[in-house]
Design a binder for this molecule. Sequence first.
Ligand SMILES: NC(=O)c1ccc[n+]([C@@H]2O[C@H](COP(=O)([O-])OP(=O)(O)OC[C@H]3O[C@@H](n4cnc5c(N)ncnc54)[C@H](O)[C@@H]3O)[C@@H](O)[C@H]2O)c1
Length: 262
Amino acid sequence: MRMAGLEGRVAVVTGAGQGMGETFAHTLAAAGAIVAVAEVDPTTGRRTAAAIEEAGHKAIAYEVDVRDSSSIGRMVDDLVARHGRLDILVNNAGMGAGGPSEDVTEADWDRVVGVMLKGTFLCSQAAARVMIHQQCGVIINIGSIAGVGGWAQRALYTPAKAGAIALTRVLGVEWAQHGIRVVCINPGQIETSLNEEMYRRGLADREVFQNRAPARRFGSPAEIADAVAFLASDAASGIRAEVVTIDGGWTAWGGIEELVGV
Ligand SMILES: NC(=O)c1ccc[n+]([C@@H]2O[C@H](COP(=O)([O-])OP(=O)(O)OC[C@H]3O[C@@H](n4cnc5c(N)ncnc54)[C@H](O)[C@@H]3O)[C@@H](O)[C@H]2O)c1
């Protein structure tokens, strides 16, 4: 059996200063990867990298805005200069967004879709230029179950995630010939400050969301991170251009459970 070891692999995790990205960075580093913490907030980015190093693993922080190809390019060039390669990219950077669609501004669109769709593409493109040269690599996009449905009041978030899912398929098919696997994880509702902010702003209700999940609980960042480590490893060599849903059964919920008392 092939193990999910990532010894010596060079990985980038975007938005790794907090939340799921922080957990992904720790998990990949603990599996042996050298992790680049690509974060727009330099304080949280440096904090994550320092904590990984303190735990005895390898990490380096880069101040990166995923909407800006030059900041992505500087990071990738530096990683290649230091380590000669780039093996894993996790496109995780994002934010919550919600509210009546008629109130959405152009600036909101540019910010939310810019980070989660344009940013996913720009980082993938920069990574793939190295991976094509190597003829191997893995790109993991963090989508959302919101990207496969028609979630009301999510006119920014849902199209951005639907786009990330579509990119997974396009790039996964296109770059397969170069040994690059592109995959997507669609998490359900996960305990992070993103959702705390949504509850605080009245854009989601904690109790309603919790009761909507068949197991009546939210997911944890660690549950998604374990899947990231697996998908990044050679043990997942057969999975490409595909979406893995980790939502505790949310999307399987057919809609009559409440009527029949489940
Ligand atoms: N929390 C959930 O329930 C949930 C569910 C499904 C999908 N997701 C997705 O998972 C990802 C992580 O979510 P989270 O809950 O950990 O969010 P979070 O808000 O805790 O963390 C997001 C991180 O992305 C960083 N970021 C934002 N804009 C950036 C930019 N331009 N460049 C670089 N970094 C940037 C933030 O600074 C932050 O550190 C997001 O893409 C989110 O949409 C979250």
